[in-house]
Design a protein around this ligand. Structure first.
Ligand SMILES: CC(C)[C@H](C(=O)O)[C@@H](O)C(=O)O
Ligand code: SF4
Length: 432
């Protein structure tokens, strides 16, 4: 029996020919990502036990992102705790506020993390990096403390769910719609402790940004992580960041690898999908119901990349956000922010009546820059719509693609973005 890509990565790391799902291993970790929300607790755990050390300062990446620039004194203290630790231990990869953004998106583009490697962080969306053909997963503060101290984490080798996607996505339908459709089909616990491995010609044609959106949301189906094998798209993405193939190991699943379950998706049947409150698996076709929105939010580690901002600008260009809607666009990183300036997207947002906020997690987790009030209705390009996630518990969060968020902002109610497709517009004009 062959092995899956994730089994091969774990086997290589523990120095064995083969690993089998269910086995427990202490796995060497190549990279530990630290942000200011969960790392301080791990550090305090180590300090309390007189174990205050780091396994390798060159293998730790520290990026404050959730509560920065600090919006209150508590946040300022979390940031200070992370930064003083970075300075004390000479953590090599420190990304200061103003030189970074959302940690997962910053990290994916650094050229530090590479195919075949292992990555952990005290953050559930660490699975994002799986699109680079690596084993990346979120851990709790205790495991994070262990990883910082020893460079190792215990894992039970997970089984894998194969998601096979074939065919063309329709115009106006994006990877976000695809992943919301998959989570709708399998359920919010459908991939519990499974690796979600994405294959098929749709994935082969997808750019890295779309692939990160897919692997990012593995945790929303309970997945241990998401993963996509290396191909030319991955190699070119890495080459653009100065990383050549001799610097990493490409693993791929054997044809006779064993999967716990296989999910087949015809991409051409996927529609713009909106996850209704209060769970990401509650998907329905965008525009099925006329739902008035108060806030339209574009950002997060799922959908705050430049291609997402382009999708939004395409719809907002020459149009206005509806009078009763406040629209907030949050570029995921400083690099995305700058690129949006260069491409003139910022002007489009401002002209349309949307505001732009600094790169951070912002309102994705109800921290700042767009926290929802009682009964607010928000259409959001983020990844979770749990009760109270973005603010008041009575607020309603609808998850969607950036295009759907933009279309809904313009109309003032949740709208199918295909209404803004060029072909659709042409038909509308000729019918006039
Ligand atoms: C703050 C952090 C622990 C949390 C996570 O683990 O995912 C956050 O990033 C989130 O998206 O809910
Ligand atoms: S952007 Fe949202 S989902 Fe991503 S790490 Fe930040 S809070 Fe978590």
């Amino acid at each position: 029996m062959g092995m899956t890509i994730s089994e091969k990565i774990l086997a290589a790391k523990v120095g064995r020919e083969k690993v089998v799902p269910g086995e427990l291993y202490e796995v060497p970790i190549d990279w530990v990502l630290c942000h200011e929300v969960t790392t301080p607790a791990a550090l305090r755990m180590l300090e309390a036990r007189g174990m205050n050390r780091v396994f390798d300062p060159s293998r730790i990446v520290a990026i404050p992102d959730h509560t920065v620039p600090a919006m209150d004194i508590k946040a300022a203290k979390l940031y200070q705790k992370l930064k003083s630790w970075v300075q004390e231990f000479g953590i090599q990869h420190w990304f200061e506020v103003g030189r970074a953004g959302i940690a997962h998106v910053v990290l994916e583009g650094t050229g530090l993390i590479k195919p075949g490697e292992t990555l952990v962080s005290g953050d559930s969306h660490t699975c994002n990096a799986g699109a680079l053909g690596m084993f990346a997963t979120g851990v709790g503060s205790t495991d994070l403390a262990g990883a910082i101290y020893s460079g190792k984490v215990w894992f039970k080798v997970p089984e894998t769910m194969l998601i096979r996607v074939t065919g063309e996505l329709q115009e106006g339908v994006t990877p976000k719609d695809l992943v919301l459709e998959v989570i709708k089909r399998i359920g919010a616990d459908g991939a519990n402790y499974l690796v979600m491995e994405w294959v098929g010609d749709t994935i082969d044609r997808m750019d890295m940004e779309g692939r990160f959106t897919l692997t990012n949301m593995a945790i929303e189906a309970g997945g241990k992580t998401g993963i996509i094998a290396v191909d030319d798209t991955t190699r070119n993405f890495l080459a653009a960041r100065g990383v050549s193939p001799d610097q990493y190991t490409e693993h791929r699943s054997d044809p006779d690898a064993e999967y716990q379950v296989v999910v087949d998706i015809d991409a051409s049947e996927v529609e713009p999908t909106v996850a209704y409150p209060h769970i990401p698996s509650n998907g329905r076709v965008a525009g099925s119901d006329k739902i008035r929105v108060d806030q339209a939010y574009v950002g997060s580690c799922t959908n705050g990349r430049i291609s997402d901002l382009r999708d939004v600008a395409r719809i907002l260009r020459g149009r206005k956000v509806a009078d009763h809607v406040r629209m907030i666009v949050v570029p995921a990183t400083q690099a995305v922010w700058k690129q949006a300036v260069v491409e003139g997207l910022m002007e489009v947002f401002v002209d349309a009546g949307a505001t732009v906020s600094y790169p951070s997690c912002g309102a994705c987790l109800g921290m700042h820059s767009g926290v929802l009030g009682p009964n607010d209705v928000c259409i959001s390009s983020t990844n979770r719509n749990f009760v109270g996630r973005m603010g008041d518990p009575s607020a309603q969060i609808y998850l969607a693609s950036p295009a759907t968020v933009a279309a809904s902002a313009v109309r003032g109610y949740i709208t199918d973005p295909r209404e803004f497709n060029e072909s659709h517009q042409a038909v509308a004009v000729s019918a006039d």
